[in-house]
Design a protein around this ligand. Structure first.
Ligand code: FE2
Length: 354
């Protein structure tokens, strides 16, 4: 019997040869860097498990990585969800974070794997880093496009060191000196309930969480709750030492609401009862023009690119902010956060706060 010809089998996912191409996704924009296979059938998770150090150094250098075009087991929904969880595990060295103290509702798709926020599809979510108002936040944030929207639904990104550089030095100085005060009200009939935000029905658990996380709380009648969080506005990158505009001062400010919602909230609830609002750390008001200036700095750094089904992204959550564009059709984007980091309490000449 004639011998079958030997088929040269490529060890897909091996570390011997360079199986991927690395390049900026968009000409003229520093972010994101796209990593694409040079061969067919390359499995993302096995490639990643053989290239952990390379991924880490690419992330340190480029801050925003997009893995595109890898084999996706037929690209069905469940296989993409499972693959994402395995990729998060492979590309992380620290534990995953739970979404407590949330600002929007979420569902779970695995062990600390969530869908990107359930928020009206016709609205934009502005650029923000995840958890700037927590005392412990994630160093890494992962996204996966499982079901791509019919139109829109992009997850734009922006470099918050560049945002910091764009902000007027006088504005930065005031924020760096005073920090940001986040005020939230729950169970007044608008926004999320404290039960959803803190994922418990028990007020004692809310108090324990607040005490452990530097959140001042105040119970009002009828089981309503007000919280205050005082945090620095600017953080220093733990690796590079560069300054980062790492806060939600503009994101949660009352002037950032659309005018109809803002007017309804103010007439129904008054400023003291708003679901959320921000102030300088000393409790003084932030001028809407200052907020508009901060939004324009973010907008100038905003990079928008279309998702492809099967895409997985890994961002340095301290350096890279993310957003969401309006969309039509069904959309499932997953998110996970890893590598909890508790920052130092002060920045520069800033107040002694978290
Ligand atoms: Fe987010």
């Amino acid at each position: 019997m004639k011998k079958l010809p030997k088929i040269a089998r490529r060890r897909v996912g091996g570390s011997g040869e360079d199986l991927v191409r690395v390049r900026p996704l968009l000409e003229g924009r520093a972010h994101p860097t796209v990593i694409e296979p040079k061969v067919d059938g390359l499995d993302l998770v096995s490639w990643a498990s053989n290239n952990r150090e390379r991924i880490a150094s690419l992330l340190t250098r480029n801050h925003a990585l997009l893995f595109r075009g890898f084999e996706a087991d037929g690209s069905n929904r469940q296989s993409l969800i499972d693959r994402f969880e395995r990729f998060v595990e492979t590309a992380s060295t620290g534990e995953r974070l739970f979404y407590k103290d949330r600002s929007t509702p979420r569902n779970s798709y695995g062990d600390r794997i969530y869908n990107a926020t359930v928020y009206p599809p016709d609205q934009t979510i502005r650029l923000h880093n995840e958890g700037t108002y927590w005392v412990t936040w994630a160093r890494k944030i992962f996204f996966a496009c499982v079901t791509n929207a019919e139109t829109g639904g992009e997850t734009p990104i922006g470099d918050v060191h560049a945002v910091y550089e764009r902000i007027d030095p006088e504005v930065r100085k005031e924020f760096e000196a005073k920090g940001v005060l986040y005020v939230r009200n729950y169970n007044d009939g608008f926004g999320l309930t404290w039960q959803n935000v803190y994922q418990t029905e028990d007020p004692n658990e809310v108090e324990a969480y607040c005490n452990a996380n530097d959140i001042q709380f105040e119970w009002k009648d009828g089981g309503r709750l007000r919280t205050r969080q005082l945090r620095p506005a600017v953080r220093v990158h733990p690796d590079g030492g560069e300054k980062l505009w790492f806060n939600h001062a503009a994101f949660f400010h009352v002037s950032s609401l659309d005018p109809t919602t803002r007017d309804a909230f103010l007439s129904e609830l008054g400023e003291d009862g708003l679901p959320y609002n921000t102030y300088y750390g000393d409790g003084s008001s932030i001028d809407p023009d200052t907020i508009a200036h901060i939004h324009s700095a973010y907008e100038a750094e905003k990079v928008v690119f279309r998702w492809q089904t099967g895409d997985v992204a890994l961002y340095d959550n301290m350096r890279i902010a993310h957003a969401r564009q309006p969309f039509t059709g069904e959309r499932l984007t997953l998110v996970a956060m890893t590598e909890p980091y508790r920052g130092p309490e002060t920045v520069g000449d800033g107040p002694d706060i978290r």
